[in-house]
Write a protein that binds this ligand. Structure first.
Ligand code: NAD
Length: 425
């Protein structure tokens, strides 16, 4: 199969490289010239474990291409994927669909023969209908079907998640489109990965779904049982994802919960549980700087130096979108502290976003002469720090562990004043 992937970010690049690895011919398209230039030189613009080898191999074997001008690839494609960003729209919290709709217009003028247009971006219910309308209006003769195929990969484990998912959700009732999607994901069905075919609106909602969904399903015309199946197959629902921390962040969850809240309000079926979750999470991130101040026994941190380990929203990614550090570090600065931080992959991006923070070369440099060391992201290299060395470097042996990496008894025995999350003083 020939695939055109519009948008070569975290999702587009990983999906494109994985589809190429499945044996399809994939062209990844992006409008960002520097991204395409770097990919052309064999550089990977994001940090994602294993992606460099996967991309290099498929480029070498002639199945993976990168371009600024996708016209020919879209013409030739059996399936065109839309994997552009859907950030929170300024002002009202809805998902900003302008990139998706712009991509739909571009596609409309180019497709030839029967083409499957797949939304892989996370989009609110009804977006597929609008994409279909845009293509029909721009090119009334086009033969196509619009399919929803939400992506569930996690940054940091994206290739594994794409190649060994718990399930693939495909929203379309068009049989020709189903056949194309089945062929694209054939290597997975050989592994017995369930491919769940649903209506398009149901598929769109599966990505956003949670409790309180049945009412909303009725209003938007989705099927709650299929939604439940689509969610229930996700093995991440369970203890593994119930670890306490400084609040959730990342490129997806924060914006997707807000967008779901807005969609539900719009349909008159508000999802109160999720509204509360969003509010609690915002308050939680802000409270973390207070926690650090409380451990130091003063709200005024003037003259204090705080060492910070980890600024990305989770380990094994350089993605800084909505990371809790973006709330916590500025709040510490506002209290008068000097902040010196280390992150293995996120420092470059974070430095632009938090100009008041100085970034240092390693975890021990972050501890040097600090009044407290705060662990914000649980990178592996922070799990076995030399505690004796830390103690000699720190001005005072104070550790605030917002990821519960260390055991309280062990830290107290080692002579630290230690605070963590939900495990007593
Ligand atoms: P991203 O910002 O990393 O990448 C989007 C890319 O699309 C950018 O490189 C941008 O230049 C490009 N683009 C935008 N409009 C374009 C156009 N008309 N033509 C060509 N290129 C265009 O975003 P992402 O993290 O890959 O997310 C993409 C979508 O996937 C979002 O809807 C997101 O919610 C969803 N998603 C993300 C993840 C994740 O872990 N990042 C997981 C699942 C789903």
């Amino acid at each position: 199969m020939r695939v055109a992937m519009i948008g070569t970010g975290y999702v587009g690049l990983v999906s494109g490289a994985c589809f190429a690895d499945f044996g399809h011919v994939v062209t990844c398209i992006d409008k960002d010239p520097s991204k395409i230039e770097r990919l052309g030189r064999g550089e990977i613009p994001i940090f994602e474990p294993g992606l460099d080898d996967l991309v290099a191999r498929n480029v070498r074997e002639g199945r993976l291409f990168f371009t600024l001008d996708g016209a020919q690839a879209i013409k030739d494609a059996d399936a065109v994927f839309i994997a552009v960003g859907t950030p929170t729209r300024r002002g009202d919290g809805h998902a900003d669909l302008s990139y998706v709709y712009a991509a739909a217009e571009e596609i409309a003028g180019l497709i030839e023969g029967f083409t499957v247009v797949v939304t892989k971006s996370t989009v609110p219910v009804g977006t597929g209908d609008e994409v279909e309308a845009i293509i029909k209006k721009t090119n009334p003769k086009a033969q196509f079907a619009v399919v929803s195929n939400p992506e569930f990969l996690r940054e940091g484990a994206a290739i594994e998640d794409f190649k060994r998912p718990d399930r693939v959700v495909v929203g379309t009732e068009d049989e020709r489109a189903q056949a194309v999607m089945r062929e694209l994901y054939r290597p997975l069905s050989l592994n017995e990965t369930p491919i769940v075919f649903t209506g398009r609106r149901t598929s769109e909602l599966i990505k956003y779904a949670a409790n309180e969904m049945a009412d909303l399903c009725e209003k938007v015309g989705a099927d709650v049982q299929q939604v439940a199946r689509g969610i229930g197959l996700d093995k991440r629902i369970g203890g593994k994802f119930l670890n306490a921390g400084p609040g959730y962040g990342g490129s997806c969850f924060p914006k997707d919960t807000i967008a779901l809240v807005r969609t539900a309000q719009q349909y008159g079926a508000p999802v109160k549980l999720i509204e509360t979750t969003v509010a609690v999470n915002d308050a939680r991130k802000k409270a973390m700087a207070e926690k650090v101040a409380a451990v130091l026994g003063t709200d005024d941190l003037t003259g204090k130096t705080i060492g910070v380990l980890g600024v990305t929203f989770k380990p094994n990614t350089d993605d800084m979108r909505d990371a809790p550090s973006l709330d916590i570090l500025p709040a510490l600065l506002a209290k008068g502290a000097r902040v010196q931080a280390f992150d293995p992959e996120g420092a470059k991006e974070a430095a632009h976003m938090m100009p008041g923070v100085s970034f240092v070369a390693g975890p021990y440099e972050a501890a040097q002469d600090a009044d407290a060391l705060v662990i914000i992201t649980e990178w592996d290299q922070f799990r076995a720090l030399d505690l004796e060395r830390l103690k000699t470097l720190l001005k005072a042996p104070v550790v605030v562990d917002l990821r519960n990496v260390y055991k309280p008894a062990e830290m107290v025995r080692a002579g630290f004043t230690y605070a963590s999350i939900g495990r007593g003083a």
